[in-house]
Design a protein around this ligand. Sequence first.
Ligand SMILES: Cc1cc2nc3c(=O)[nH]c(=O)nc-3n(C[C@H](O)[C@H](O)[C@H](O)COP(=O)(O)OP(=O)(O)OC[C@H]3O[C@@H](n4cnc5c(N)ncnc54)[C@H](O)[C@@H]3O)c2cc1C
Length: 426
Amino acid sequence: DLGLLRTKAVPNGDGTYRISGQKIFISAGEHDMSDNIVHLVLARVEGAPEGVKGISLFIVPKFKVDAAGNPGERNTLSCGSLEEKMGIHGNSTCVMNYDEAEGTLLGELNGGLKAMFTMMNEARLGVGLQGLSVSEIAYQNAVSYAKDRLQGRSLSGAKAPDKKADPIIVHPDIRRSLMTMKAYNEAGRALALWTAIKSDVAHRSGDDKDRQAADDYTGLMTPVVKGVLTDKGFDHAVMAQQVFGGHGYIEEHGMSQFVRDARIAMIYEGANGIQALDLVGRKLAQNSGRAVQAFFKEVGEFCEENRTDEKMASFTKALKKGLSDLQAATMWLVQNAMAKPDNAGAASTDYMHLFGLVALGYMWAQMAKSAQAKLAEGANGAAPFYDTKLITARFFMERIMPETATRLARISSGADTLMALPAEAF
Ligand SMILES: Cc1cc2nc3c(=O)[nH]c(=O)nc-3n(C[C@H](O)[C@H](O)[C@H](O)COP(=O)(O)OP(=O)(O)OC[C@H]3O[C@@H](n4cnc5c(N)ncnc54)[C@H](O)[C@@H]3O)c2cc1C
Protein backbone atom coordinates (compact mmCIF):
# COMPACT_ATOMS: atom_id res chain seq x y z
CA ASP A 1 0.00 0.00 0.00
CA LEU A 2 1.94 3.02 -1.28
CA GLY A 3 -0.12 5.38 0.87
CA LEU A 4 1.81 3.99 3.88
CA LEU A 5 5.23 4.76 2.33
CA ARG A 6 7.79 6.09 4.85
CA THR A 7 10.89 6.89 2.72
CA LYS A 8 11.57 10.61 3.10
CA ALA A 9 13.15 13.32 0.96
CA VAL A 10 14.67 16.50 2.41
CA PRO A 11 15.47 19.41 0.05
CA ASN A 12 19.17 20.40 -0.11
CA GLY A 13 18.27 23.87 -1.36
CA ASP A 14 20.13 23.40 -4.67
CA GLY A 15 17.40 21.44 -6.47
CA THR A 16 18.59 18.08 -5.13
CA TYR A 17 17.16 16.10 -2.19
CA ARG A 18 18.54 13.82 0.54
CA ILE A 19 16.65 10.50 0.35
CA SER A 20 16.49 8.16 3.35
CA GLY A 21 14.66 4.86 3.62
CA GLN A 22 14.59 1.29 2.42
CA LYS A 23 13.24 -0.54 -0.63
CA ILE A 24 12.87 -4.30 -0.67
CA PHE A 25 12.57 -6.75 -3.59
CA ILE A 26 14.55 -4.57 -6.00
CA SER A 27 15.41 -6.46 -9.19
CA ALA A 28 19.00 -5.85 -10.29
CA GLY A 29 19.30 -3.29 -7.46
CA GLU A 30 23.05 -3.93 -7.35
CA HIS A 31 25.39 -5.38 -9.97
CA ASP A 32 28.52 -4.45 -11.90
CA MET A 33 27.23 -5.03 -15.41
CA SER A 34 26.87 -1.32 -16.17
CA ASP A 35 28.82 1.86 -15.32
CA ASN A 36 25.99 3.21 -13.23
CA ILE A 37 22.59 2.13 -11.84
CA VAL A 38 19.75 4.63 -11.86
CA HIS A 39 17.22 3.95 -9.10
CA LEU A 40 13.71 5.35 -9.26
CA VAL A 41 12.65 5.97 -5.67
CA LEU A 42 9.27 7.08 -4.34
CA ALA A 43 9.55 9.26 -1.24
CA ARG A 44 7.60 11.77 0.78
CA VAL A 45 8.91 15.34 1.07
CA GLU A 46 8.45 16.79 4.56
CA GLY A 47 5.06 18.44 4.93
CA ALA A 48 3.57 16.60 1.92
CA PRO A 49 -0.10 15.53 2.13
CA GLU A 50 -0.95 12.15 3.71
CA GLY A 51 -1.48 9.08 1.51
CA VAL A 52 -0.61 8.65 -2.17
CA LYS A 53 -1.22 12.35 -2.89
CA GLY A 54 1.99 13.21 -1.01
CA ILE A 55 4.37 10.90 -2.87
CA SER A 56 7.08 12.16 -5.23
CA LEU A 57 9.41 10.27 -7.56
CA PHE A 58 13.19 10.73 -7.49
CA ILE A 59 16.14 9.66 -9.60
CA VAL A 60 18.85 8.32 -7.29
CA PRO A 61 22.00 7.12 -9.09
CA LYS A 62 24.48 4.66 -7.60
CA PHE A 63 27.29 7.03 -8.67
CA LYS A 64 26.62 10.77 -8.70
CA VAL A 65 27.02 12.15 -12.19
CA ASP A 66 29.68 14.86 -12.73
CA ALA A 67 29.33 17.98 -14.88
CA ALA A 68 30.49 16.09 -17.96
CA GLY A 69 27.79 13.45 -17.41
CA ASN A 70 30.20 10.75 -16.21
CA PRO A 71 29.69 8.57 -13.12
CA GLY A 72 31.72 10.09 -10.30
CA GLU A 73 31.48 10.01 -6.50
CA ARG A 74 29.66 7.04 -4.92
CA ASN A 75 26.17 7.96 -3.63
CA THR A 76 25.13 6.92 -0.11
CA LEU A 77 22.99 3.96 -1.08
CA SER A 78 23.84 0.31 -0.66
CA CYS A 79 22.53 -3.20 -1.08
CA GLY A 80 21.81 -4.58 2.42
CA SER A 81 21.20 -8.17 1.34
CA LEU A 82 20.17 -10.45 -1.50
CA GLU A 83 16.98 -12.52 -1.35
CA GLU A 84 17.14 -16.32 -1.73
CA LYS A 85 14.51 -17.15 -4.35
CA MET A 86 12.53 -19.94 -5.98
CA GLY A 87 13.73 -18.97 -9.49
CA ILE A 88 15.10 -16.18 -11.73
CA HIS A 89 18.55 -16.75 -10.27
CA GLY A 90 20.11 -14.62 -13.00
CA ASN A 91 18.56 -11.57 -11.34
CA SER A 92 19.81 -10.16 -8.03
CA THR A 93 16.81 -9.24 -5.87
CA CYS A 94 18.11 -6.66 -3.42
CA VAL A 95 17.21 -4.92 -0.20
CA MET A 96 18.32 -1.34 -0.94
CA ASN A 97 19.17 1.14 1.81
CA TYR A 98 19.21 4.88 1.11
CA ASP A 99 21.08 6.90 3.72
CA GLU A 100 20.67 10.58 2.82
CA ALA A 101 21.42 9.60 -0.77
CA GLU A 102 21.39 12.45 -3.27
CA GLY A 103 18.37 12.40 -5.55
CA THR A 104 16.69 14.59 -8.15
CA LEU A 105 12.93 15.07 -8.48
CA LEU A 106 11.43 13.38 -11.56
CA GLY A 107 8.14 14.88 -12.72
CA GLU A 108 6.06 17.05 -10.42
CA LEU A 109 6.29 17.37 -6.65
CA ASN A 110 3.64 15.03 -5.13
CA GLY A 111 2.96 13.64 -8.61
CA GLY A 112 5.08 10.53 -8.04
CA LEU A 113 2.38 7.93 -8.42
CA LYS A 114 1.33 9.19 -11.85
CA ALA A 115 4.97 9.31 -12.98
CA MET A 116 5.57 5.79 -11.67
CA PHE A 117 2.56 4.42 -13.56
CA THR A 118 4.07 5.56 -16.86
CA MET A 119 6.83 3.04 -16.24
CA MET A 120 4.60 0.41 -14.62
CA ASN A 121 2.11 0.18 -17.48
CA GLU A 122 4.91 -0.57 -19.89
CA ALA A 123 6.53 -2.96 -17.42
CA ARG A 124 3.23 -4.84 -17.01
CA LEU A 125 3.04 -5.44 -20.75
CA GLY A 126 6.68 -6.56 -20.64
CA VAL A 127 5.97 -9.04 -17.84
CA GLY A 128 3.01 -10.36 -19.86
CA LEU A 129 5.52 -11.09 -22.62
CA GLN A 130 7.75 -12.81 -20.08
CA GLY A 131 4.87 -15.20 -19.28
CA LEU A 132 4.27 -15.81 -22.97
CA SER A 133 7.97 -16.42 -23.60
CA VAL A 134 8.28 -19.04 -20.86
CA SER A 135 5.15 -20.70 -22.21
CA GLU A 136 6.67 -20.81 -25.71
CA ILE A 137 10.08 -22.19 -24.72
CA ALA A 138 8.45 -24.80 -22.45
CA TYR A 139 6.17 -25.78 -25.36
CA GLN A 140 9.06 -26.07 -27.83
CA ASN A 141 10.93 -28.36 -25.44
CA ALA A 142 7.80 -30.48 -24.89
CA VAL A 143 7.24 -30.87 -28.67
CA SER A 144 10.81 -31.98 -29.18
CA TYR A 145 10.61 -34.50 -26.31
CA ALA A 146 7.19 -35.82 -27.40
CA LYS A 147 8.55 -36.65 -30.85
CA ASP A 148 11.53 -38.43 -29.35
CA ARG A 149 10.27 -40.31 -26.30
CA LEU A 150 9.03 -43.84 -27.08
CA GLN A 151 6.32 -45.12 -24.74
CA GLY A 152 3.16 -47.17 -25.34
CA ARG A 153 1.33 -47.74 -28.59
CA SER A 154 -1.09 -45.46 -30.38
CA LEU A 155 -4.74 -46.30 -29.57
CA SER A 156 -5.44 -46.43 -33.30
CA GLY A 157 -2.63 -48.89 -34.11
CA ALA A 158 1.17 -48.70 -34.12
CA LYS A 159 2.58 -45.59 -35.77
CA ALA A 160 6.22 -46.70 -35.54
CA PRO A 161 5.92 -50.49 -36.00
CA ASP A 162 9.66 -50.85 -36.59
CA LYS A 163 10.30 -49.56 -33.08
CA LYS A 164 9.46 -51.14 -29.73
CA ALA A 165 7.01 -48.34 -28.92
CA ASP A 166 5.49 -45.23 -30.52
CA PRO A 167 6.67 -41.68 -29.74
CA ILE A 168 4.36 -40.17 -27.13
CA ILE A 169 3.19 -37.46 -29.57
CA VAL A 170 0.74 -40.09 -30.93
CA HIS A 171 -1.23 -40.13 -27.66
CA PRO A 172 -4.35 -37.90 -27.56
CA ASP A 173 -3.66 -36.78 -24.00
CA ILE A 174 -0.18 -35.56 -24.97
CA ARG A 175 -1.75 -33.82 -27.97
CA ARG A 176 -4.24 -32.12 -25.63
CA SER A 177 -1.33 -30.50 -23.79
CA LEU A 178 0.64 -29.59 -26.92
CA MET A 179 -2.41 -28.16 -28.71
CA THR A 180 -3.47 -26.17 -25.65
CA MET A 181 -0.05 -24.55 -25.35
CA LYS A 182 0.22 -23.94 -29.09
CA ALA A 183 -3.26 -22.41 -29.31
CA TYR A 184 -2.64 -20.08 -26.36
CA ASN A 185 0.87 -19.10 -27.44
CA GLU A 186 0.01 -18.14 -31.00
CA ALA A 187 -3.04 -16.14 -29.94
CA GLY A 188 -1.05 -14.61 -27.07
CA ARG A 189 1.62 -13.49 -29.54
CA ALA A 190 -1.05 -11.95 -31.77
CA LEU A 191 -2.63 -10.18 -28.79
CA ALA A 192 0.75 -8.82 -27.65
CA LEU A 193 1.51 -7.49 -31.14
CA TRP A 194 -2.02 -6.10 -31.54
CA THR A 195 -1.62 -4.27 -28.23
CA ALA A 196 1.84 -3.00 -29.26
CA ILE A 197 0.38 -1.57 -32.48
CA LYS A 198 -2.36 0.16 -30.47
CA SER A 199 0.28 1.54 -28.15
CA ASP A 200 2.19 2.98 -31.13
CA VAL A 201 -1.03 4.57 -32.44
CA ALA A 202 -1.77 5.97 -28.96
CA HIS A 203 1.66 7.64 -28.92
CA ARG A 204 2.16 8.64 -32.54
CA SER A 205 -1.11 9.07 -34.44
CA GLY A 206 -1.86 12.58 -35.68
CA ASP A 207 -5.59 11.94 -35.23
CA ASP A 208 -6.93 12.80 -31.75
CA LYS A 209 -9.79 10.29 -31.96
CA ASP A 210 -7.53 7.43 -33.06
CA ARG A 211 -5.06 8.29 -30.32
CA GLN A 212 -7.75 8.26 -27.67
CA ALA A 213 -9.32 5.00 -28.89
CA ALA A 214 -5.91 3.28 -28.98
CA ASP A 215 -5.04 4.62 -25.53
CA ASP A 216 -8.38 3.33 -24.17
CA TYR A 217 -7.67 -0.08 -25.67
CA THR A 218 -4.11 -0.27 -24.27
CA GLY A 219 -5.28 0.70 -20.78
CA LEU A 220 -8.07 -1.88 -20.87
CA MET A 221 -5.89 -4.67 -22.21
CA THR A 222 -2.80 -4.09 -20.01
CA PRO A 223 -4.11 -6.05 -16.97
CA VAL A 224 -5.42 -8.77 -19.33
CA VAL A 225 -2.08 -9.17 -21.11
CA LYS A 226 -0.20 -9.17 -17.80
CA GLY A 227 -2.58 -11.36 -15.80
CA VAL A 228 -3.70 -13.90 -18.37
CA LEU A 229 -0.41 -14.44 -20.20
CA THR A 230 1.54 -14.89 -16.96
CA ASP A 231 -1.04 -17.22 -15.34
CA LYS A 232 -0.91 -19.26 -18.54
CA GLY A 233 2.89 -19.02 -18.63
CA PHE A 234 3.07 -20.89 -15.34
CA ASP A 235 0.27 -23.35 -16.25
CA HIS A 236 2.06 -24.19 -19.49
CA ALA A 237 5.48 -24.55 -17.87
CA VAL A 238 3.87 -27.20 -15.63
CA MET A 239 1.97 -28.72 -18.58
CA ALA A 240 5.16 -28.99 -20.65
CA GLN A 241 7.00 -30.45 -17.64
CA GLN A 242 4.27 -33.11 -17.42
CA VAL A 243 4.92 -34.12 -21.04
CA PHE A 244 8.42 -35.10 -19.87
CA GLY A 245 7.07 -37.39 -17.14
CA GLY A 246 9.79 -38.08 -14.55
CA HIS A 247 12.37 -36.48 -16.82
CA GLY A 248 10.57 -33.17 -16.32
CA TYR A 249 11.01 -33.35 -12.57
CA ILE A 250 14.74 -33.99 -12.55
CA GLU A 251 17.00 -31.06 -13.44
CA GLU A 252 18.65 -32.60 -16.52
CA HIS A 253 16.24 -31.21 -19.14
CA GLY A 254 15.73 -27.80 -17.53
CA MET A 255 11.92 -28.07 -17.36
CA SER A 256 11.78 -27.43 -13.62
CA GLN A 257 13.67 -24.18 -14.16
CA PHE A 258 10.91 -22.96 -16.48
CA VAL A 259 8.37 -23.73 -13.74
CA ARG A 260 10.40 -21.83 -11.14
CA ASP A 261 11.09 -18.90 -13.45
CA ALA A 262 7.50 -18.60 -14.72
CA ARG A 263 6.13 -18.23 -11.19
CA ILE A 264 7.44 -14.71 -10.52
CA ALA A 265 5.69 -13.18 -13.52
CA MET A 266 2.34 -13.86 -11.79
CA ILE A 267 3.55 -11.87 -8.79
CA TYR A 268 5.71 -8.89 -9.68
CA GLU A 269 4.57 -5.66 -11.34
CA GLY A 270 1.40 -6.13 -9.30
CA ALA A 271 0.18 -9.63 -8.34
CA ASN A 272 -2.37 -11.02 -10.80
CA GLY A 273 -5.15 -10.60 -8.25
CA ILE A 274 -4.37 -6.87 -8.35
CA GLN A 275 -4.39 -6.88 -12.17
CA ALA A 276 -7.87 -8.41 -12.03
CA LEU A 277 -9.03 -5.73 -9.58
CA ASP A 278 -7.52 -3.03 -11.81
CA LEU A 279 -9.60 -4.38 -14.70
CA VAL A 280 -12.85 -4.75 -12.77
CA GLY A 281 -12.49 -1.82 -10.37
CA ARG A 282 -10.88 0.83 -12.58
CA LYS A 283 -10.65 0.03 -16.26
CA LEU A 284 -14.26 -1.08 -16.80
CA ALA A 285 -15.81 2.04 -15.35
CA GLN A 286 -13.31 4.59 -16.74
CA ASN A 287 -14.96 7.26 -18.92
CA SER A 288 -18.36 5.59 -18.38
CA GLY A 289 -17.17 2.30 -19.85
CA ARG A 290 -15.97 3.85 -23.13
CA ALA A 291 -13.05 1.42 -23.62
CA VAL A 292 -14.96 -1.78 -22.88
CA GLN A 293 -17.93 -0.72 -25.03
CA ALA A 294 -15.58 -0.01 -27.94
CA PHE A 295 -14.04 -3.48 -27.56
CA PHE A 296 -17.45 -5.18 -27.47
CA LYS A 297 -18.50 -3.22 -30.56
CA GLU A 298 -15.35 -4.17 -32.48
CA VAL A 299 -15.65 -7.90 -31.71
CA GLY A 300 -19.43 -7.88 -32.29
CA GLU A 301 -18.98 -6.17 -35.66
CA PHE A 302 -16.36 -8.72 -36.69
CA CYS A 303 -18.81 -11.55 -35.95
CA GLU A 304 -21.59 -9.75 -37.81
CA GLU A 305 -19.45 -8.97 -40.87
CA ASN A 306 -18.50 -12.64 -41.19
CA ARG A 307 -21.89 -14.09 -40.24
CA THR A 308 -22.81 -15.22 -43.75
CA ASP A 309 -19.36 -16.62 -44.56
CA GLU A 310 -19.84 -20.37 -44.14
CA LYS A 311 -16.15 -21.08 -43.76
CA MET A 312 -15.99 -18.67 -40.83
CA ALA A 313 -19.16 -19.96 -39.13
CA SER A 314 -17.50 -22.28 -36.62
CA PHE A 315 -15.14 -19.50 -35.53
CA THR A 316 -17.62 -16.64 -35.33
CA LYS A 317 -20.26 -18.78 -33.58
CA ALA A 318 -17.87 -19.69 -30.76
CA LEU A 319 -16.52 -16.14 -30.54
CA LYS A 320 -20.03 -14.69 -30.42
CA LYS A 321 -20.97 -17.05 -27.59
CA GLY A 322 -17.83 -16.01 -25.67
CA LEU A 323 -18.59 -12.34 -26.27
CA SER A 324 -22.15 -12.81 -25.08
CA ASP A 325 -20.87 -14.46 -21.85
CA LEU A 326 -18.46 -11.56 -21.35
CA GLN A 327 -21.20 -8.99 -21.92
CA ALA A 328 -23.50 -10.84 -19.50
CA ALA A 329 -20.72 -10.88 -16.87
CA THR A 330 -20.11 -7.16 -17.40
CA MET A 331 -23.83 -6.42 -17.02
CA TRP A 332 -23.93 -8.56 -13.87
CA LEU A 333 -21.07 -6.51 -12.42
CA VAL A 334 -22.77 -3.23 -13.32
CA GLN A 335 -25.92 -4.38 -11.54
CA ASN A 336 -24.35 -6.11 -8.54
CA ALA A 337 -20.96 -4.61 -7.74
CA MET A 338 -21.81 -0.98 -6.99
CA ALA A 339 -24.08 -1.79 -4.06
CA LYS A 340 -21.84 -4.64 -2.89
CA PRO A 341 -18.13 -4.23 -3.77
CA ASP A 342 -17.28 -7.78 -2.56
CA ASN A 343 -19.15 -9.01 -5.65
CA ALA A 344 -16.55 -7.24 -7.81
CA GLY A 345 -13.64 -8.66 -5.81
CA ALA A 346 -15.12 -12.17 -5.90
CA ALA A 347 -15.60 -11.94 -9.67
CA SER A 348 -12.34 -10.26 -10.61
CA THR A 349 -9.98 -13.14 -11.47
CA ASP A 350 -12.68 -15.03 -13.37
CA TYR A 351 -13.61 -11.84 -15.19
CA MET A 352 -10.00 -11.17 -16.22
CA HIS A 353 -9.70 -14.69 -17.65
CA LEU A 354 -13.09 -14.45 -19.34
CA PHE A 355 -11.88 -11.22 -20.94
CA GLY A 356 -8.66 -12.95 -21.99
CA LEU A 357 -10.56 -15.83 -23.60
CA VAL A 358 -12.61 -13.45 -25.72
CA ALA A 359 -9.58 -11.33 -26.66
CA LEU A 360 -7.58 -14.43 -27.64
CA GLY A 361 -10.60 -15.91 -29.43
CA TYR A 362 -10.91 -12.67 -31.40
CA MET A 363 -7.24 -13.02 -32.38
CA TRP A 364 -7.86 -16.60 -33.56
CA ALA A 365 -10.97 -15.64 -35.54
CA GLN A 366 -8.97 -12.93 -37.33
CA MET A 367 -6.07 -15.31 -37.98
CA ALA A 368 -8.51 -17.92 -39.34
CA LYS A 369 -9.98 -15.35 -41.72
CA SER A 370 -6.55 -14.31 -42.88
CA ALA A 371 -5.42 -17.95 -43.34
CA GLN A 372 -8.51 -18.71 -45.42
CA ALA A 373 -7.89 -15.67 -47.60
CA LYS A 374 -4.26 -16.75 -48.15
CA LEU A 375 -5.31 -20.31 -49.01
CA ALA A 376 -7.91 -18.98 -51.48
CA GLU A 377 -5.14 -16.96 -53.17
CA GLY A 378 -3.01 -20.11 -53.54
CA ALA A 379 -0.94 -19.71 -50.35
CA ASN A 380 2.29 -19.32 -52.34
CA GLY A 381 3.72 -22.65 -51.19
CA ALA A 382 2.73 -22.06 -47.56
CA ALA A 383 -0.51 -24.09 -47.50
CA PRO A 384 0.64 -26.38 -44.64
CA PHE A 385 1.34 -23.28 -42.53
CA TYR A 386 -2.16 -21.86 -43.09
CA ASP A 387 -3.83 -25.27 -42.67
CA THR A 388 -2.04 -25.59 -39.34
CA LYS A 389 -3.35 -22.15 -38.35
CA LEU A 390 -6.92 -23.17 -39.18
CA ILE A 391 -6.73 -26.42 -37.21
CA THR A 392 -5.22 -24.62 -34.22
CA ALA A 393 -7.94 -21.95 -34.43
CA ARG A 394 -10.58 -24.69 -34.48
CA PHE A 395 -8.99 -26.33 -31.44
CA PHE A 396 -9.12 -23.03 -29.54
CA MET A 397 -12.80 -22.54 -30.37
CA GLU A 398 -13.80 -26.15 -29.57
CA ARG A 399 -11.68 -26.84 -26.51
CA ILE A 400 -10.80 -23.52 -24.88
CA MET A 401 -13.56 -21.00 -25.64
CA PRO A 402 -16.29 -23.05 -23.86
CA GLU A 403 -14.59 -22.09 -20.59
CA THR A 404 -16.31 -18.68 -20.87
CA ALA A 405 -19.56 -20.30 -19.66
CA THR A 406 -17.88 -21.64 -16.50
CA ARG A 407 -16.31 -18.26 -15.80
CA LEU A 408 -19.68 -16.52 -16.21
CA ALA A 409 -21.38 -19.01 -13.87
CA ARG A 410 -18.74 -18.40 -11.18
CA ILE A 411 -18.93 -14.63 -11.55
CA SER A 412 -22.71 -14.50 -11.27
CA SER A 413 -22.73 -16.72 -8.17
CA GLY A 414 -21.57 -13.59 -6.31
CA ALA A 415 -19.61 -13.17 -3.10
CA ASP A 416 -22.03 -14.52 -0.47
CA THR A 417 -20.78 -18.12 -0.15
CA LEU A 418 -17.18 -17.09 -0.81
CA MET A 419 -17.28 -14.69 2.13
CA ALA A 420 -19.57 -16.69 4.42
CA LEU A 421 -17.01 -18.39 6.69
CA PRO A 422 -15.60 -16.41 9.62
CA ALA A 423 -11.76 -16.17 9.55
CA GLU A 424 -11.47 -18.65 12.45
CA ALA A 425 -13.23 -21.36 10.38
CA PHE A 426 -10.16 -21.64 8.13
C1 LIG B 1 11.75 -11.53 -7.15
C2 LIG B 1 11.04 -10.23 -7.00
C3 LIG B 1 11.48 -9.11 -7.69
C4 LIG B 1 10.84 -7.89 -7.52
N1 LIG B 1 11.31 -6.77 -8.16
C5 LIG B 1 10.79 -5.55 -7.88
C6 LIG B 1 11.39 -4.35 -8.38
O1 LIG B 1 12.38 -4.38 -9.09
N2 LIG B 1 10.84 -3.16 -8.05
C7 LIG B 1 9.74 -3.09 -7.24
O2 LIG B 1 9.28 -1.99 -6.96
N3 LIG B 1 9.15 -4.21 -6.75
C8 LIG B 1 9.66 -5.43 -7.04
N4 LIG B 1 9.09 -6.56 -6.51
C9 LIG B 1 7.92 -6.41 -5.65
C10 LIG B 1 6.66 -6.96 -6.30
O3 LIG B 1 6.20 -6.09 -7.30
C11 LIG B 1 5.62 -7.21 -5.20
O4 LIG B 1 6.11 -8.26 -4.38
C12 LIG B 1 4.28 -7.57 -5.78
O5 LIG B 1 3.71 -6.47 -6.46
C13 LIG B 1 3.29 -8.04 -4.72
O6 LIG B 1 3.25 -7.16 -3.65
P1 LIG B 1 3.42 -7.72 -2.15
O7 LIG B 1 4.60 -8.62 -2.14
O8 LIG B 1 3.43 -6.55 -1.25
O9 LIG B 1 2.15 -8.60 -1.93
P2 LIG B 1 0.80 -8.18 -1.17
O10 LIG B 1 0.34 -6.86 -1.69
O11 LIG B 1 0.99 -8.36 0.28
O12 LIG B 1 -0.18 -9.29 -1.73
C14 LIG B 1 -0.33 -10.60 -1.17
C15 LIG B 1 -1.53 -11.26 -1.81
O13 LIG B 1 -2.70 -10.53 -1.46
C16 LIG B 1 -3.39 -10.10 -2.62
N5 LIG B 1 -3.90 -8.76 -2.35
C17 LIG B 1 -3.23 -7.68 -1.89
N6 LIG B 1 -4.04 -6.63 -1.77
C18 LIG B 1 -5.25 -7.03 -2.15
C19 LIG B 1 -6.52 -6.38 -2.26
N7 LIG B 1 -6.69 -5.10 -1.94
N8 LIG B 1 -7.56 -7.10 -2.72
C20 LIG B 1 -7.40 -8.40 -3.07
N9 LIG B 1 -6.24 -9.06 -2.98
C21 LIG B 1 -5.18 -8.38 -2.54
C22 LIG B 1 -2.38 -10.14 -3.75
O14 LIG B 1 -3.00 -10.39 -5.02
C23 LIG B 1 -1.48 -11.29 -3.34
O15 LIG B 1 -2.01 -12.51 -3.79
C24 LIG B 1 9.71 -7.80 -6.68
C25 LIG B 1 9.27 -8.94 -6.00
C26 LIG B 1 9.92 -10.14 -6.13
C27 LIG B 1 9.43 -11.33 -5.36
